[in-house]
Structures are given as structure tokens and as C-alpha cells.
Design a protein around this ligand. Sequence first.
Ligand SMILES: [Zn+2]
Length: 239
Amino acid sequence: MKILNKIRRALSKIIPLGDKLLFPEHCIVCGEKIEGDTWKYVCLRCRTSIPIPESSEQTINKLAELHGFDNLNFINVYCLFSSTEKFPFNKLIYALKYKGVKDIGQKFGEMLGETVKQNSDVKYDYVVPVAIHSAKKRERGYNQSVYIAKAVAEVLGSCLELELARRKEYTTSQTKLSARDRIFNVKDIFEIVQQEKVKNKTILIIDDVLTTGSTVNSLAGAFLEAGARRIDVATLMRA
Ligand SMILES: [Zn+2]
């Protein structure tokens, strides 16, 4: 697969059309061939059948059950779609996470930005993607949330900030941990690098997938401690 991608990239540089002819794009969600569309990875039918996610209030209530209301460090959670009822969208998140598909991050980032714009009357000073540890970034080569955050910031006319916070420890993968252990695993893992810049600001944190919300809550807490005024969260999917 890696070799195939290499050939594909080399080929697209020489003959842009040849790439398309030899490797037609298929929808990541349903597998249908995509033709005559500006989107490369998700067909129009799948895009328009994205289920409407739960409201911010519902999400907050669920997260509060886990963390306790008083321990939540953000006010609203904006979500683009829910995957529970529409399983195939997991494939999309998988592609975004592990296949380096920048395009998906940007397109869905734009959609997420519009969702926030329609539902929030807060003017965000900063849009901040959840930082991954540098070791993990080396392993994967990129942070997928950055692409989403970049597009969201553009739609909202806010500042994209990548250097405000730093991740201190390399947490082990969260997937095998229980909800309780997840909270413990990521407690106090962020350090605010530019404290002065954060004071009295409104910040929108971007995470690709929100599960227990422990990681974003940890980051939001660090921002509040540094003097930020308000934190909201936006995510592609609430899993
Ligand atoms: Zn499709």
C-alpha cells in the first residue's frame, strides 16, 4: 500500500490526469466511485446523509455524568455528526487519523466551522487544536486536528493558535482504558506556554473525536488556570 501511494504521488506530479485514470477515487464511507465532485473522499450522498448529532446540552449532560458538572472546564460542545447510529462514519475518522488525509480534515473542518457559526454567538479569539505529544507526531507524521482547526478558524475569522499549549507526557493509547482511567491518564498533561496571551481570551478547542472528553477537559482546565475567560469545544464526531 505504501509503495502504491508512492507511485501514485510520483505519477500525479508528472501527469495529473494519469493519476485519476489509474486510481479512481472511491468514497471512504460507502465505497462507490466518486466522479465530478470537488470532494475526493466522501460522496455527496454520504455527506448529505450525515445524521444530526445530539445538542451541546445533551453532550454536556453526558460528560457531566462522567466528570461531574463542577469539573467540566468548557461551556459548549459543538459536534458535526454522531457515529453511533451510522457506523460507516468510523471509517472516515479512521482515514483521517491514520491515512494522512488532509483533504478530509479541511472539508469537514469547514463544515464544523459553519456549525459553530450557526450555533454560537461567541467571538472566539483563538481556535486551538488539541496538541498531540511530539513523539506521537513523529510516529504518525502529523496532527489531524490541526487541519480541522485551520479550516474552522478560517470560517470563524478567528486566530489559529498552535503554540499556546504543550503536551507534557506521552500518554498511552486511550482506547484500552476504562472511562475512569482515561480521566486519570490525561489529568494535568498540558502546560500553557504563552500565559500572557491567554488571559481573558475566549478559546475554541478542536478535537477530531470526542469520547470521554478527558483530554479536552484537561486542556480547557489548563487554559482557565492561565486566565482564559471561556472555553468551548468543537469536534467532528461524538463517539
Ligand atoms: Zn458514499
